[in-house]
Design a protein around this ligand. Structure first.
Ligand code: BG6
Length: 469
């Protein structure tokens, strides 16, 4: 069956700053938070590799961007590394060499017919602001973030008209401070919820600034709010479990950014648990008055939950799973390499929910992709990776997205993660995501994968063939 997207819908791709750039030309005092995670936990990173080299996009972007064009990428979402962009974080003094680099990347994209889309932060909080002030928990750091945003808008607002405040602002509070998966491996809910609020405030304040500075542009934020699926939606206990998971993982950034308020259930549970963060009336006013224009949704897999089946151990620090259990659905389809479920229909459900509950705000799929290990095993005799699994993955996701758009979903783009193989947090180069291969055995040389030709066809025609879903 042929699927066609309406005019104005664009295929594109994503590449996170720190996961691609490498750290060339950065001073020792210009580290970012992911660098700290790597430096302090190196043995846990795949082969000990980290963001110091990454894909070396910083040195090779003039070679990479024409490859992006050959892969059909029409919009490219990347981000400024805050820790690189400024020399002095307290006074927002721009590092001119870094500023020139981002400016040149923007120009190079445009020369290649690719629209640049900028994000301000993909976790690159400067290490100094983490160490001195505890990052976003600090009102001072929130001020500094807004000053950084102002400098970036000033430099690039003439050429870049679509901006995002954060990529997945939930990830660092959740994985580093709430469930302890990533360095510093804490179970410190108070810190996690204060950080989340700090990022909510940065978003609202930056939206206000942007609307003053770039009235002909659009600003949003990029969320990984998981689509929550209860084991049995007709079972009240399962439905209640899903409601709590939703309040803690889907709603905090979504509701504040689009509806201008925190979800009541979230605040009630935090109050009850004695974990309420510092929320002033002035904060509530700023959040209410400064909502986003466009939403980016990163989607990889749904979050399945069920009613709690065992008693919560009260001696443990709070976690929202006090109110639900994860549900391991029998027979679910998996990406065996990444260990993530493959469930493309969520893109349809997400779009319909945005239509129903969030005023059908303009949105894009800002990340979606398939990480695969040992991809070199799929090379043909010419050395081209035959990633038919990635083509099928993309087509199936696009098919559900196309159905969503046909049913009134307000989605205008799909940006694949990723343009280029890059450095995953902890997994480093284990799982490969790119349309373009980075061959580490051959001095990081680049080569288009089979999926690049498929993607280009789909992007040029805004349509593609796929068996009916
Ligand atoms: C998203 C992030 O959550 O998932 C990316 O925005 C990340 O930074 C991507 O790389 C895929 O996850 P992973 O861990 O396989 O790289």
């Amino acid at each position: 069956m042929k699927y066609t997207f309406p005019e104005g819908f664009r295929l594109g791709a994503t590449g996170a700053g720190w996961q691609m750039e490498g750290e060339k030309d950065k001073r020792a005092d210009q580290k970012h938070f992911p660098h700290l995670m790597w430096e302090n936990d190196r043995d846990a990173w795949y082969l000990g590799l980290g963001p110091d080299v990454a894909s070396d996009f910083y040195s090779r972007y003039r070679q990479d961007i024409p490859l992006f064009r050959q892969a059909g990428i029409l919009q490219y979402r990347f981000n400024i590394d805050w820790s690189r962009f400024l020399d002095d974080y307290e006074n927002a003094v721009v590092n001119e060499r870094a500023a020139r680099y981002y400016s040149d990347v923007i120009d190079c994209l445009m020369e290649n017919g690719i629209e640049p889309i900028l994000c301000l932060e993909h976790w690159e909080l400067p290490a100094a602001l983490y160490e001195q002030y505890d990052g976003y928990a600090s009102r001072h750091v929130q001020d500094l973030y807004v000053r950084y945003a102002e400098a970036a808008f000033h430099r690039y607002g003439d050429r870049v008209k679509t901006w995002f405040c954060f990529n997945e602002p939930m990830v660092i509070p959740e994985l580093c401070f709430l469930n302890g998966a990533w360095w510093p491996h804490e179970h410190n809910p108070r810190r996690a919820y204060q950080w989340i609020h700090g990022k909510v405030m940065c978003t609202a304040r930056t939206v206000a600034l942007f609307h003053r500075m770039i009235p002909d542009g659009r600003i949003g934020t990029i969320l990984n709010s998981p689509y929550i699926v209860p084991r049995d939606a007709n079972d009240p206990a399962d439905a209640r479990a899903a409601e709590v998971a939703d309040a803690f993982f889907w709603r905090p950034f979504m509701d504040t950014a689009i509806l201008g308020r925190y979800p009541r259930l979230y605040l009630d549970i935090l109050q009850k648990e004695g974990l309420m963060f510092d929320l002033t009336e002035e904060d509530e006013r700023v959040i209410a008055e400064n909502t986003i224009d466009i939403l980016g949704m990163n989607y990889y897999q749904p979050m399945r939950v069920k009613a709690k089946e065992s008693a919560w151990d009260e001696s443990r620090p709070f976690h929202p799973s006090k109110y639900y259990d994860d549900y391991d659905m029998p027979g679910k389809r998996m990406n065996p390499y990444r260990g993530w479920e493959i469930y493309p229909k969520s893109l349809y459900d997400i779009g319909m929910r945005i239509k129903r509950e969030y005023g059908n705000i303009d949105w894009v799929v800002s990340e979606s992709g398939m990480g695969v290990q040992r991809e070199e095993q799929y090379k043909d005799e010419r050395g081209v990776i035959q990633d038919d699994y990635r083509i099928a993955f993309i087509a199936e996701h696009l098919a559900w997205l196309s159905r969503c758009v046909a049913d009134g979903g307000n989605c205008h783009g799909y940006w694949l993660f990723a343009s280029l193989d890059n450095c995953s947090p902890y997994n480093t180069f284990k799982n490969r995501y790119g349309l373009v291969e980075v061959d580490r055995a051959q001095g990081l040389s680049r080569r288009l994968k089979k999926s690049a030709a498929w993607y280009r066809q789909a992007a040029e025609h805004n349509s593609f063939e796929f068996e009916e879903i």
